[in-house]
Design a binder for this molecule. Structure first.
Ligand SMILES: [Zn+2]
Length: 345
């Protein structure tokens, strides 16, 4: 489910946001034939094929589709549409009833008010449906991946969270006049999404829980709101790793940089960067230490080191000219760098 939050899955499958599963299936079969790797070896077609499969998988799974719809605002649109349809139905019934029994009216609540209530995040007085005792909102948690560099420097993220709250139409009672509430479909609660900015502190590791106060589900009747917990996964990185408060960095340099020296930027906690001078004649495996530039302890009284492990790396390809120059180098090279190694046998 890597990036699907950022894509318009309905557009990918070329269907309306309220398309039925059958409609989606028909459209999927059409598209899959067009872009199937057996038909086209074109790279962009293969990417498109994967995208179509991903969209299909999400939109034909009830739970995944609902979550996607909530985050993208389609859920709100769908409810609105269903409401308008049922409203027209009720109006029609009302009209017919009035003709039969003048003076009787059934569906009086304004649909627009109900929809406004549904998606208003502000707590209103009419949340106190039954004057019941305070109920605290639940804590919620979501998974969040950060890069290893972000875990070192700390980062800010904009995230979508899905909340639930009692249905404002039926007050969580699920039924109105013995019938399933139209707004929540008898579930008693509704979900809605909210975008918030969160700060991920430096030093998180896989499994860290970052607490965002009062961003969980809303409390009712004066109860306090729950908290949001971000459950962190730190993505692997070939070049940086963390050992307690120390940051280890495998630094690739070219053979020429090894000979002549160079300067490199190294990511440090709190978004800072260190400019590190690699001295001339540095060999692979040589380590440089930046003392007290690593991660901070929780109470900020200690700080680890940054340990740079130099790795000389050759380019993937050499031109003929480069090869020729290396050849000349090898012919004039005089020192046996394996003398110690050979003696050690
Ligand atoms: Zn309801």
């Amino acid at each position: 489910m890597a990036n699907y939050y950022n894509k318009d899955l309905y557009k990918i499958l070329n269907v309306n946001f309220d398309a039925s599963v059958d409609e989606i299936k028909v459209q999927y079969r059409k598209l899959v034939h067009l872009y199937h790797p057996d038909v086209s070896k074109n790279e962009s077609d293969i990417a498109k094929f994967k995208e179509i499969q991903e969209a299909y998988e999400i939109l034909t799974n009830v739970d995944k589709r609902k979550k996607y719809d909530v985050i993208h605002g389609y859920y709100k649109e769908k409810i609105k549409k269903q409401f308008e349809a049922s409203y027209r139905n009720e109006k029609l019934k009302e009209k017919l009833n009035k003709q039969k029994n003048p003076g009787e009216s059934s569906f009086t609540k304004s649909i627009n008010d109900a929809i406004d209530n549904l998606f208003t995040l502000k707590k209103k007085k009419d949340d106190n449906f039954d004057n019941k005792k305070p109920i605290n909102g639940d804590d919620i948690s979501i998974d969040l991946s950060v890069s290893l560099i972000e875990s070192i420097t700390g980062t800010n993220r904009k995230i979508n969270i899905v909340h639930t709250r009692p249905c404002p139409n039926c007050g969580g009672r699920k039924f109105i006049n013995g019938q399933n509430c139209l707004m929540c479909k008898g579930e008693g609660e509704i979900t809605y999404n909210k975008k918030i900015n969160v700060k991920i502190p430096q030093g998180v590791v896989t499994g860290s829980k970052v607490r965002i106060k009062k961003e969980g589900n809303l409390g009712q009747n004066g109860g306090h709101d729950g908290d949001l917990y971000l459950i962190i996964t730190v993505e692997n990185n070939n070049y940086y790793s963390i050992d307690k408060l120390d940051i280890h960095c495998n630094l690739p340099i070219t053979p020429f940089e090894a000979v002549f020296g160079t300067q490199v930027n190294i990511a440090l906690p709190d978004g800072a960067q260190a400019i590190v001078k690699i001295p001339e004649m540095t060999s692979s495996g040589q380590k440089l230490k930046l003392v007290s530039q690593g991660l901070f302890s929780k109470d900020k009284t200690k700080r680890g080191d940054v340990i740079i492990n130099v790795m000389i790396k050759l380019p993937k390809k050499l031109s003929d000219k480069e090869k020729e120059l290396y050849k000349q180098l090898s012919e004039i090279s005089s020192e046996n760098i394996r003398a110690d190694f050979d003696n050690a046998k």
